[in-house]
Structures are given as C-alpha cells and as structure tokens.
Design a protein around this ligand. Structure first.
Ligand SMILES: Cc1ncc(COP(=O)(O)O)c(C=O)c1O
Length: 436
C-alpha cells in the first residue's frame, strides 16, 4: 500500500516500518495534520484544533507574510554567505537591535542544536577551558556533545557523561529545596555554582562557562527566582567563564513582559543562542555574542555553514522579526497571557490535582500532583488530561522531569477567546479525572 493513501492506519504502519522508534508520536490517538493557519491546525478530515503549545510557528502557522517573503526570495536567489547580499546584513542589523550591547556579532546556522554547539566552541576558544556548568533537567539539543550537557534526555546516554560536565540543581521554587516564599531562593540556588567553581579551582582547572535556558521549558516551564542568574553570572565571570543563555524557547516576546528570557533576570549574557521561533518553522539558528568573543574565535579556523544565513533564511528571519514588532506580539502575549494565567489559576481551588500554575505571557505550566504536601507527581493524570483535551480539539503537551507539567506555549496570535476555550477544555478534562 502507498504511504500517500489518506489513512491514519496506513501512515502508522508505514511509520513503524520506516521511521526510527526512538522518535515518539504525540497523543495516544496520533494526529494526522494536513494544514495549519495561525494558531489552528487541521486534520485530514478538516477538523480544527486549537494549538496551545507549538512555539515554533511563533507568528502563526503558515503566516502569509512569511510564506510570501520566503517564496519570492526562493524564486529569485538562495545562496550562501560568501557573497555580499543585503538580506544578511539587514537581518543581522534588525536582530542585534533587539539585543543589549555588547551583543552585536552574529553567526547564522540551521537549528538550535547547531547554535548551541557553536556557542560551546566560542566559549572554549575564548576561555581556553572546557569545564562547563549546566542545569539538571536541561535540554540543549541533539548532537553528541549536547546530549552530554542535557540531563533531560540522557537516560540512555551511549558513552557516559564526560568529566567536564558539571550538573547543578534546577532552581525550581515549587519542587526544589528552596521555595517561592524564600526571598533568598535565587541566591541559594546559585550557591552550588560557587561550590563547583571552588572545586575546579582546587583541581587547578579553568572554567569554560555556564549554560542555561533562560526559563527552563522541558525542566517544567519554570521561571528562575529573582536574583538567580545575576548571582550565577557574577560567580562564573569571576572565575573567567562565559555565560550562555539558551533562548531557543523564550525569545521574541513570548514571556510578554520581556522580549528575551534573560531580561526577566536583569542580566546580559555573553552569548545568546536562538532557534525555533526565529524562523517560524523554517530551520534557522543564530548565535549572537560580543566582539571580544568573536575575535577570539577568529583564530584561523574558519566558520562556515552551507545553509546558515542563506538568502532565503535571512529573508524569512527578517520577515518574522518584522511581524513580531509590527503586530506588537509581545504586548499581545502579555495581555492575553495574563488573562490565560488568571483562567488557569481559577481552577486551582476546584481541583486538588493542580499543585502549581506558573509562567509569564505565553510560557505557562500547570503542575499536576497527587498530593499537595508530598508533591507526588501525577504523570499518568497529566497524560490523560492532555489526551482528553486533544479529543475535544485543544492541543497542549506535558513536560518536566516527571512528565507531570502541562505545557502551554501557543503560537503568538492566540487570542482571548482561544484562552477561554483552552481553560474550559482543561476544566472538562480535569473534571473527568476527578470522576475516573
Ligand atoms: C532549549 C532548547 N535548546 C535547544 C534545542 C535544540 O533545537 P533544535 O531541535 O532546533 O536543534 C531545543 C529543542 O527542543 C530546546 O528546547
């Protein structure tokens, strides 16, 4: 049978035959999605789903202006960065204008993983050191090196974790050692970084740096406590290391209040890593750093990416950024995000299963627990809720180290009506959990 036949069963069988089983499908009843427009997806029967968690189509699935810019440029020229072309410089100019000084030097690649790989190379060359501090529960990408610094998906690590990787506790003020009512939680969570540096110094080892998602997403949709990154960055810089902010999940106004996640912590990183939303589905990754770090890297070993920074990818990148600014999507995320957060919070008193509701703008998490005192994770219940919501036409996901956090990160055009629909749908799904 041909895989083109319009049948979920046929597609599933073909997938089992042809696609690695290490790649899982979303939902117990997999979706066959054939079309997308802004915050909606449509299956092969024409049924519409409200997309409440795909953050890659940042300005909306198949946004017509992005599609038009990409196709026009594709028909005219798509070549690499070894020629002068206004698209590259213009895109770099508009991208760096969103970032604080001294973040002015751009590298363009094709994915978040490539961008993080490059960030590590820059940090190593600049510091002439290898040892790196990473957060527990982090995810930074799919290459061999990044798997080593990504505790989240490292269960079956092929070759053990190298000794240059140092994992510190995730600053989780709900589940971690220091809770949200502790005004010094940020400072306390930064202490293990200082201890790690002291240990390296006692071994006469240098520090390459510290990397963290500005708001851990797979770690459970977390916002760092106040003062955390400022304390960490001071310690890391004091030891000669560089501070890398992985903004792959949080860039471009998703947090509503902030254009980048690191702004919430009032710090300026040395290297910023960008991916997913900046291409709205077109594969673009970027690294923005200081002139000083870029100079260290200019050591004779040329950096070139065949497709990174191509004419089409820069055109797409510029179009996405223009829409973010023109449509004031950050302000929109702030307004609708707080409406959505209030709606989600209104469910807390009615469902004991809800342990915590957190986040900012369109970066939200609802943590489900079986017991509010022991915080026993309600992973099975979270999976049930997400699947019930899918059946009623609203798509969200689960994440967190215990897979019990409902992940809500919609495309930015998501509106107040969508927010109400999501809350109603979650309400119904939770009500059925209480009954069953
Ligand atoms: C925080 C973070 N960094 C990096 C990556 C890797 O990006 P990509 O899948 O584009 O390689 C991801 C992907 O999920 C991510 O969530």
């Amino acid at each position: 049978m041909s895989v083109n036949e319009d049948s979920t069963g046929v597609l599933l069988a073909a997938r089992r035959r042809l696609i690695s089983p290490s790649l899982t499908l979303s939902y117990r009843q997999p979706l066959h999605i054939v079309r997308g427009t802004m915050q909606y997806l449509f299956d092969q029967t024409g049924r519409r789903y409200l997309d409440g968690y795909n953050n890659v189509p940042h300005v909306g699935h198949c946004h017509p202006e992005v599609v038009s810019a990409a196709t026009k440029q594709m028909a005219l020229l798509n070549t690499n960065t070894r020629y002068l072309h206004e698209t590259l410089e213009q895109y770099a100019e508009s991208l760096t204008s969103t970032l604080p000084e001294p973040l002015r030097m751009c590298f363009f690649v094709n994915s978040g993983s490539e961008a993080n790989e490059l960030a590590l190379r820059l940090a190593r060359v600049h510091t002439q050191s290898t040892d790196l501090i990473v957060l527990n529960g982090a995810y930074h990408g799919n290459t061999t090196t990044l798997t080593h610094i990504s505790p989240y998906k490292a269960d079956g690590l092929e070759s053990g974790r190298p000794s240059w990787v140092h994992i510190v506790a995730l600053p989780d003020v709900y589940r971690g050692e220091h809770k949200s009512d502790d005004p010094r939680a940020g400072e306390k969570y930064a202490q293990p970084v200082g201890e790690c540096i002291a240990q390296l110094e006692s071994q006469r080892k240098g520090l390459c740096g510290y990397i963290a998602e500005s708001c851990p997403s797979v770690g459970g949709q977390l916002l760092f406590p106040e003062g955390y990154l400022a304390a960490v960055y001071a310690k890391v810089r004091g030891a000669g290391g560089v501070c890398i902010a992985d903004e792959v999940q949080t860039a471009y106004g998703r947090l509503g209040e902030y254009f980048y996640g690191f702004e919430q912590q009032r710090v300026v990183p040395d290297i910023v890593v960008l991916g997913k939303p900046i291409g709205n589905g077109y594969p673009i990754g970027a690294v923005v750093t200081t002139a000083e770090i870029a100079r260290s890297f200019d050591n004779g070993q040329e950096f070139f990416s065949t497709f990174g920074g191509s004419t089409v990818s820069c055109t797409v990148g510029a179009a996405v950024l223009e829409i973010v600014n023109q449509d004031r999507l950050q302000t929109h995320a702030k307004k609708v995000g707080s409406h959505l957060l209030a709606g989600l919070r209104s469910l807390i008193d009615r469902y004991s299963l809800i342990g915590d509701v957190r986040g900012s703008g369109f970066f939200l998490g609802v943590e489900l627990v079986r017991n509010r005192d022991t915080l026993e994770p309600a992973a099975q219940e979270a999976t049930d809720v997400v699947n019930r919501m899918r059946d009623t036409g609203v798509l969200i996901g689960t994440d967190g180290p215990f897979h019990n956090v409902l992940k809500i990160r919609p495309p930015m055009p998501f509106n107040a009506e969508d927010a109400d629909a999501l809350v109603t749908c979650l309400d119904d799904a939770l009500a059925r959990s209480e009954i069953s």
